[in-house]
Structure formats: C-alpha cells, structure tokens
Design a binder for this molecule. Structure first.
Ligand code: DGL
Length: 266
C-alpha cells in the first residue's frame, strides 16, 4: 500500500527550499510540489486576494490528491492565510512563518533583520513573533519583490544583476541600527535558494536563518502519528504548475535536481 503524499504549496519555486528539508528528513514519503505559477507572485498582492487564492487552491488540491498533510511552503501565504485555511481543510496544515525565534536565539548584537516579501513584512504575524521571541532585539524588516524574481531566474539558469542582492541587504543594514545587524531571517522561501549571492552581498559576515528544518521536523512529528501504512518501494515525487507547462523548459534541470522529474499542469 502506498502512503498518501505530502503536499507542498508555494507561488513559485521558493517552496523547493522547504521540499529539500522535507525530502531529507522523510525520504520514504511521496511529495507533490505545487507551484501556483498562475498566481505568482503573492508578495505584491493584497491580503484578501492571497487568502482567497490559497484557500481555494488548497481546497482543490487536497480534494484531488488526498494528502496526509499539506505544507504551505510560503511565508506570504502562511502569515496571511494560515488562520483561515486550517479550520476548513480536512488535513493537518503546516505553515512557514518567519524564523524569528531561532534568529533571536543566535544573535549576539541583538539586531536582527527580517527579509521577506512586501506583504510578509507588514503582517501582524511578524509583530507577534517579534514580541514573543525577540522582545529584547531590534527587529528590522525589508520586503523585496526583485529578490523573489531573482530566485526564480536563478533556478532557470540565469544570472540576476548582483545589485539586486546588494539592494536587498542594504534595505536592512541601511536602516537606523542596521550597522549592528548580525543575523537575517530569510522570511521568504525563495531566498535560501539564493543564499550564496546574498552572502556575497553582505558588507560584513551576517548569519542567515530560515525555517525549513523546523517545518520538516514538524511534518515528521505529525506524520509519525498517522503512519500506520508501510510504503511499497520508492515513492515518485511530482510537481504541479497552475500556469501551464509552456515556458517551463529552462526550469526542468533545477526541478530534476530537487527530485521532481514529472511535471504536470493543474
Ligand atoms: N515564496 C513566497 C514566500 O515565502 C513568496 C514569493 C511571492 O512573492 O510569491 O513568501
């Protein structure tokens, strides 16, 4: 008997940074990665739009795929819509929210940055995490849509303008107090995919923290309770794109590198 899949959802390729951690921790579980390419990007859109879109899409996907759990592998969608979708979906939902707690735990200077989308950095969810876990830190925030696009381009084999990475870092270090910044939360799942380029753009050594491992641990915990079935053979992972398959050729090598050989359209 095959296990039910783990469903991961993002607006684009960003959630692959979460898929990587989930696949490493739970190699025996089949993964279905959904990129809402027809709705990309989320980070520049209004809350009501993102919330309705994510709720609708997760409803369709869970009905069609009958997953064991769903992971919203997107900070924007999670900080906006997690509260709305959890009560209405029949499966457990794991969200991706800014890793402010681990960042505050490791910061020595007590100045941390939250680098996300414009939508994520303005969410009350970030105020709440900062108050709960980083009350003694200065928490700087910066949103960058250009950086999300740069990650999409990088995975398509292109080399984005290095100024995009410098501008993103300067958006934090240039703020009052930013000269003491020692830790940045990568609060958009696209950003760990370009961590090397971001590190190269830092004017001094700055640590990056993201939530992917924490999400994989949470998924493993939830699945341990459900795991009555034995998997038969290796599970084939697959990707679903909502915006059609046209123009996806440049992305196929990266998808393959993440173990996603099969790509379908919704
Ligand atoms: N990957 C998404 C996140 O974690 C957002 C990208 C977008 O703007 O669609 O926030």
């Amino acid at each position: 008997m095959m296990r039910k899949p783990i469903l991961l959802l993002d607006s684009g390729v960003g959630g692959l940074s979460v898929l990587r951690a989930v696949a490493a921790r739970l190699p025996e579980w089949p993964l279905v990665y959904c990129a809402d390419s027809a709705g990309y990007p989320y980070g520049t859109k209004a809350e009501a739009h993102v919330s309705a879109r994510v709720a609708g899409l997760l409803g369709r996907l869970t009905e069609r795929l009958d997953p064991a759990i769903a992971i919203i592998a997107c900070n924007t969608a999670s900080t906006i819509a997690l509260g709305h979708v959890r009560p209405v979906l029949a499966v457990p939902v794991v969200g991706t929210v800014p890793a402010i707690k681990p960042a505050a735990e490791r910061s020595r200077s007590r100045v941390i940055g939250v680098l996300g989308t414009e939508a994520t950095v303005r969410q009350a969810y970030v105020d709440d995490l900062s108050a709960r876990f980083a009350a003694d830190c200065l928490v700087l925030r910066h949103g960058s849509a250009a950086l999300v696009d740069a990650a999409e381009q990088t995975l398509r084999g292109k080399s984005p303008d290095p100024q995009i990475f410098r501008d993103a870092i300067a958006g934090l270090t240039g703020q009052p107090g930013g000269e003491r910044l020692d830790t940045i939360v990568l609060a958009c799942t696209h950003f760990p995919l370009v961590a090397d380029a971001l590190a190269a753009a830092c004017p001094w050594p700055i640590a990056f923290v993201d939530g992917a491992d924490g999400i994989a641990r949470r998924a493993a915990y939830l699945l341990a309770a459900l795991d009555g079935e034995r998997a038969s053979g290796a599970a084939a992972n697959r990707a679903i794109f909502t915006g059609g398959l046209e123009g996806l050729a440049p992305l196929r090598p990266a998808l393959k590198a993440f173990g996603l050989d099969s790509v379908e359209s919704l």
